[in-house]
Design a binder for this molecule. Structure first.
Ligand code: HEM
Length: 506
């Protein structure tokens, strides 16, 4: 080919690309326009706008900038979805592009990097881990198969509560609920109660999970401004490292003991036995699990299942202590359906619509993970006409969605009646875009059924079994303490008074 022709071709190609670039820079089409959002400050971007309660600050900003909002935080693009419609765009239409999670320092320290189920990329390993959990613990059939474990752990907790009530001692409700949840999960996953009563180890575990959620939910400047990561200006890296070591020690011990007792379970493997079998055989997709995956899975289940559920029940109790007429109505419903000679069984729950409405109202007003878990965008895409760059982080403001005045009348009021008739009566806490407390799409909570069931079962049992009162001189507040989970800033301590026949507590 003629050399001058080649030169001309190269020149015109270069000119074409240059003009195209300049044109799209100067006159962006709507599809290259980022969603609206605050401009923020140099280098740190919008990080200082988050304040102590990022879910609340982001909800306020969304009122100004809209349901799909863009914030530059350090070097990252962050997209926040704050309404039901915005959530549908990301978790229905675009879910596949948002099925990964960012691997921040918290994931590295507190979830063994991406070696676990919660933070691993959407991959064959994720599919395998999720399948194991579904088939052996969290799917509808599996859940049904270990109802007796839940019943016996409920008995353990009730006995301890009954004994405190006889002495007139106030009970730290959330602590006891967390121990019960950890023991239920322990029995299904490693065939043993992991804590024997509210002993020192159980109290330490509870404190560790609280810290995990607290640190895990904070915005770590080092994640957003990599140059500052080494300086660890918030001291988070140091605290997370220490916590990681404490968890690792505990998990290593549990896994070692589990391995040693394997011969006792021949013929009836538990969830960890099934997972460990995948250390020796590869799946068709070429996945083989290792020791770290096993510990990480155990940590995921113990951490994700305990605090989320107990925090929700604690919020329900706090709201009911503030609204005694609602508490009385729930107790009247249970007295009518169950009577006072026996306690609530899981099979009673479908006949207790008011109790279920209280649980849904609590999920709405007090979602235990206010910003859900972050997702990562795996390719450039368009959402509602806006450009979303690859590697953007997506936050779902579940807290704002539950308090959206366009969807909920008087959203700040705790009113279970909204779930007793009309559309509300058919709504479920999982799988509903108006609530979204368990997230949505492929990475939706793996334990949603168990979460709903345990909140209904444990809250119903507590309210039916006891009258609850605040200890003398204690004033209830409804302040929140932000983290990955949103507990009450001050845990509820309540004095319990038995209201059922003696045999109901045995
Ligand atoms: C009230 C109870 C619970 C709430 C509110 C809750 C909430 C959530 C949320 C918001 C997510 C992120 C979903 C998303 O990205 O779309 C999640 C993920 C997850 N949850 Fe739950 N959860 C609860 C109970 C449980 C329980 C009981 C378990 C298991 C024992 C569990 C295991 C998990 C796991 C494994 C994931 C990660 C799923 C994945 O990435 O594929 N959760 N949960």
């Amino acid at each position: 080919m003629d050399i001058s022709l080649v030169k001309e071709l190269l020149f015109f190609s270069f000119l074409f690309f240059l003009l195209h670039y300049l044109f799209s820079y100067l006159f962006p089409t709507k599809s290259r326009v980022l969603p609206p959002g605050p401009s923020g400050y140099p280098i740190v971007g919008c990080l200082p706008l988050l304040g102590a309660n990022p879910h609340d600050s982001l909800a306020r900003l969304a009122r100004k900038y809209g349901p799909i909002m863009h914030l530059k935080m350090g070097s990252h693009h962050v997209i926040v979805a704050s309404t039901t419609c915005a959530a549908r765009v990301f978790f229905k239409t675009l879910d596949l592009y948002f099925s990964d999670r960012p691997i921040d320092h918290a994931a590295v320290r507190l979830a063994y990097g991406d070696q676990d189920l919660v933070f691993t990329q959407y991959s064959p390993r994720w599919k395998l881990l999720r399948k194991i959990c579904n088939v052996h613990m969290l799917g509808p059939k599996a859940l049904e198969s270990w109802s007796e474990v839940r019943r016996s752990e409920m008995t353990h907790m009730l006995r301890a509560m009954h004994s405190s009530s006889q002495k007139g001692e106030p009970v730290k409700v959330v602590e006891m609920l967390s121990v019960m949840m950890a023991n239920i999960i322990g029995q299904v996953v490693v065939s043993r109660r992991v804590f024997d009563g509210a002993n020192a180890e159980a109290v330490e575990f509870k404190a560790m999970v609280v810290e995990l959620f607290h640190e895990g939910g904070k915005f770590n400047i080092g994640d957003y401004i990599p140059l500052l990561a080494r300086l660890d200006v918030q001291g988070m890296e140091k605290r997370m490292k220490a916590l990681q070591n404490r968890f690792d020690e505990m998990l290593t011990r549990i896994v070692r003991e589990h391995e040693m007792s394997a011969p006792e379970r021949k013929g009836s493997p538990d969830l960890l036995d099934v997972a460990r079998a995948h250390m020796h055989e590869e799946t068709r997709d070429g996945v083989r699990l290792n020791h770290v995956n096993i510990k990480a899975l155990l940590l995921n289940l113990l951490a994700a299942g305990t605090d989320t559920t107990s925090i929700t029940i604690e919020w329900a109790i706090a709201e009911l202590l503030q609204n005694p007429s609602i508490l009385k109505q729930a107790q009247a419903e249970m007295d009518h359906v169950i009577g006072r000679e026996r306690r609530l069984e899981e099979s009673d729950i479908p006949n207790l619509p008011y109790l279920r409405a209280i649980c849904k109202e609590t999920f709405r007003k007090h979602p235990s993970t206010p910003l859900s878990l972050p997702r990562l965008c795996t390719q450039d895409c368009e959402a509602d006409g806006y450009f979303i760059p690859k590697n953007s982080r997506l936050l779902l403001n579940v807290w704002a969605i539950g308090r959206d005045p366009d969807v909920w009348k008087k959203p700040l009021e705790f009113d279970p009646e909204r779930f007793m008739s009309g559309k509300g009566a058919t709504m479920e806490a999982n799988g509903q875009f108006e609530l979204l407390v368990f997230g949505a799409g492929r990475r939706m909570c793996a334990g949603d059924r168990m979460g709903v069931l345990m909140v209904e079962y444990a809250l119903g049992t507590l309210l039916h079994c006891f009258d609850l009162e605040l200890p003398k001189g204690v004033v209830l507040d409804l302040d929140e303490a932000f983290g990955l989970a949103l507990p009450k800033a001050v845990p509820v301590s309540a004095v319990l008074k038995p209201r059922l026949a003696e045999q109901a507590y045995l």
